[in-house]
Design a protein. Sequence first.
Lengths: 284, 369
Amino acid sequence: MTPSLPTAENPYLPQIAVLDRVKDEIADVKTFHWHFKDPAAQELFQKFRPGQFAQVSVFGAGEFPASLPPSPTEQKVFFTVRQVGSVTTALHRLKPGDEFGVRGPYGNGFPMDDYAGRNLVFVAGGIGLIPLRSCVIYALSHREKYRRIQIFYGSRDPRDLMYLSDLREWEKSAGCECHLTVDRSDDHWQGNVGVVGSLFKKPGVQVPVENTTAFVCGPPVMFRFVIRDLTAMGFRDQDIVSTLERYMKCGIGKCGHCCIGVAYVCIDGPVFTFEQIQRLGEQI
Amino acid sequence: MRARVIARADVLKIVDLLRPEYEVIAPFRGRGRDTFFDTVTEANRALIQIHVPNPYYPPKRFVLPHIERLLTVRRDEGHLQIEPTYDAPKRAIFGIRSCDVAGIYHLDRFYLGREPRDVYYARRRRNLLLINVVCTDIEQDIDDVCFCMCADTGPAARDHFDLQLMDMGEDFLVVAGSEAGQVLLANPIFKKGTAAHITQRQQILGQVRQRFKNTTSWFSAAVRYITQGSILDKTWEEVGNRCLECGGCTYVCPACTCFTVTDRTTSTGEIERVRLWDGCALSGYTRMAGGFNPRKAVHDRRNRRFFRKLAHYFIQRELAMACMGCGRCAAVCHGDVGMPSVVEMIRRATAELDNPQPESRTATRTESP
């Protein structure tokens, strides 16, 4: 029998988390490494799937949904959060040793097992790499299960590239191809300049279409253009997956805020195929 | 299910019977049309109203309070202490109408019908007893806006109450709808009913139903067109233009389930996490940090409300439409876009769809929201 936590009785009850260290990623974006005070909670939480999310509480400011950028294979937990509203601002003010609340993991996550034997193409823009990082690390640590793995990542300028140490590692890795681009270069940038879709046409790049799943995550404009590019290349709607974000208050299908059509993003998502997204029928 | 009767003069003895164990809630009159549910005390017991226009502020708040504390958080030398706070007194609602009984059952389906169950709702619900009064006084109980017959919830609830009372003049007919109700019925204040009472019940209900003959809400067509997503954008825009975004319809609705959650600091320095009723009519409902709002246009939000209440997917999930026909939204809406009016607007617009004019054929159709 799995150990039972207070959250099993009360799903609204956060567990106490302790902030270990904070790492600056890019402007306004920091990574928060933390652990649960209760080791049993940590052990249960650690079983999350790539693409799931957690509800993060900074008491007095409130609670917000945050994607889980670590892979369950890494044995560590952290959030990467942009300071954008009142609760994320409060989180950004926390110091190592400070306590906050976490409950979850929630949502469906990416069905990584279903993609076994397929090529994986990751396309991310800006902070859209945060939720996809989990899948990339997971796929690389189960390398034998997948065929080709490609990563296409773009940001506005070189200073906005996330997870630099991971990117360097992926660029060097024999297990995947990693292509980076920026919309605007600076004096030091020697890589590709252009939107992320321009990478698909770069000489030497060949994107497999057959038996391939494409993961797309980024700002709405980037999303629209990448979908157009992928569709033109021959990707079917059901082979393109993404993860949606919505205002959420509960994470468990009760508060109603994240509902799109008949789908609750918190329990039916946040991962949807492009085919499903189109059927939701609202702007995403 | 056996029927009992209680003499008219004795009917408030049911309240007396319950009060030692329960906080008893009953309807009272304020000024004018104003009516409200309140706790029965020695002082107000004689003022309890059996026949009364249904209060606008729905009894839903006894299972889902308008503002409800979920947790308290204390800081003790830098360490957090998080305590869930449960407040679930034993309560009985005496005089709850059939539409509101159906409303509470709808909330049961929503909050308890699938995992994870809502623990706050579950605790309150477990301690709640429902003493339903059938709407039989066509002057007092039934408003022009009532359309429970169209929503199939009234005037007499068929189930989901503990006890049901029906005014038959000299006596009230009493029926138990649960085990707790059966136990109550064993009390000697209830006498044996006769076959004549059952016949009389049918007669009274037949007469009462006549009162609804001008109140129609043709749900089936609205359900079909909303589910198909075949309602024209211009119909939603027409509804949206009349919506003043006050949120009134959601606050009076016995079936609305949405809430928001916020933290507040008390005077003693503790932090409370509370949940509050929220409404999809309000513009901040889907607005994310940073300002992006996927449902910015008011007609998108109106579309959302009626889609959530009437789309077949949700009807299948909750076993009923999320409209109980209580008529409150129709009564409080300044723009007259309560449920019956919108159902009527959809019906008129879709009549046009079925016999299309050339221009409406080419108009864009709205997908489900």
